[in-house]
Design a protein around this ligand. Sequence first.
Ligand code: URA
Ligand code: ZN
Length: 363
Amino acid sequence: MVVVDVHTHVYPPTFVELLRSRSSVPYIRTFPETGDVARMVILPGEDDPNTPSTARGRPVGPEYWDIAHKIAFMDTHKIDVSVISLANPWLDFLPSDEAGDAAQKINDDVNDQCSKYPGRLFAFGTLPLSAPIDVIVKEIERLSKMKYMRGIIMGTSGLGQGLDDLKLDPIYAALEKHSSLIFLHPHYGLPQSVYGPRTNEYGHVLPLAMGFPLETTIAVTRMLLSGVWDRFQNLNVLIAHSGGTLPFLAGRIESCISHDAHMKKEGKLEGRRPIWDIFKKNIYLDAVIYSEVGLKAAVEASGADRLLFGTDHPFFPPLEEEATQWESVSTNYSAIKTAFAQDDKAAKDVLGGNAVRILRLHE
Ligand code: URA
Ligand code: ZN
C-alpha cells in the first residue's frame, strides 16, 4: 500500500525571500516582541493593527520552506509520496509585469526540490495569474513538460473577477488540452464583516473553519452557473477540504438552479450538466475534512475512487511543542479508517491508490 499526500504545501526559498522583502500583506517579518521568530501574515484581516504582533499571522520556520522538513514529516507520518504545492496567496498579489518571471523561478525551484527525492515528491505548479493571458498559457505549456509537475494549484480569484470570468476560457482550454488538473484552494475567505466585531478574540477559527470552505463552495458554484464544465467537459478540478461544503449543499444548489425563472428565461437551463454529473466526471475531492461525517458526504457526492488523502502540512501543527505526531494528520487518518471500516480496498485507494492512478505517479 502507498500513502500519498496530495494537499501539502511549501513556500520555496524564492517565495520566502519575496515575502521577506514586503511590508504589506502578504509578508514575513520579525517584530520587537517576537524576538527571532518570524511571523508570516498572509490572510486578509490578519494585519489588523488591533491584533498584537504576537498573535498576528503565524510563526514560521524551516518547516515552511526546507524540503528536508517535509521529508521528515512524511517519514514520521508514514507518507510515501507527497504532491507539494505553493500555499496561498500564490502569486495573486504580484504586479502584472513581475508575475511571469516569478512563476517560472518558483516552478523551477519546486521541480528541482522534487528531483532531490526521486519517487517521493511530485508537485502542482503555480500560475502567474496577474500576467497577460498569453504569459499564463505559456506557463501552463511549460509546466506540462516538467518532469514532476502534475497540474497546477490556484485560488478562487482567477484573473481578479472569480472563476466564472469568461476571460479565463483560454486558460481552462490550455489546462484541459494538457490534461493538467487544477487543485483549487481557498485563501480570501468571506468579507470580514460577516465574522463580526469580536472575530479577533477567536484567533483564526472563523476564517479557516467557515471562510475557507464557503469561499470554495461559492467559487465552484459560480463555475457551474457560468457553464465552465459545459464548455470544458474534460476539465478536472481537485477541490480542497473535501469540496468546502459543496457535497452537503449540492442538492440545494441544483434545486435553486432548476427553480430559477431568470436562468430559464435566458435559456441557461437547457442542456446544462447537473452538478451530480460533474462530481462524478470532473471533480476530485481531498480528504482533509477531519471527520467521518464530512468524509461520507464527499464519498456520496463523488465516489471513493475520487477521494484523495491530504494533510495541509505545514499548517495546523500541534500546539504542544513536544508532540511529534500531528493530531491534524491522525484525525484525517482515523476518519478514513472509520468511514471505510468495511471496505479495505476503498481505504487503500483513498490513502494512495487513487492519487497514483489520477496523477500518474508511476510514470
Ligand atoms: N491556512 C492557510 O493560510 N492556508 C492553508 O492551506 C491552511 C491554513
Ligand atoms: Zn492547504
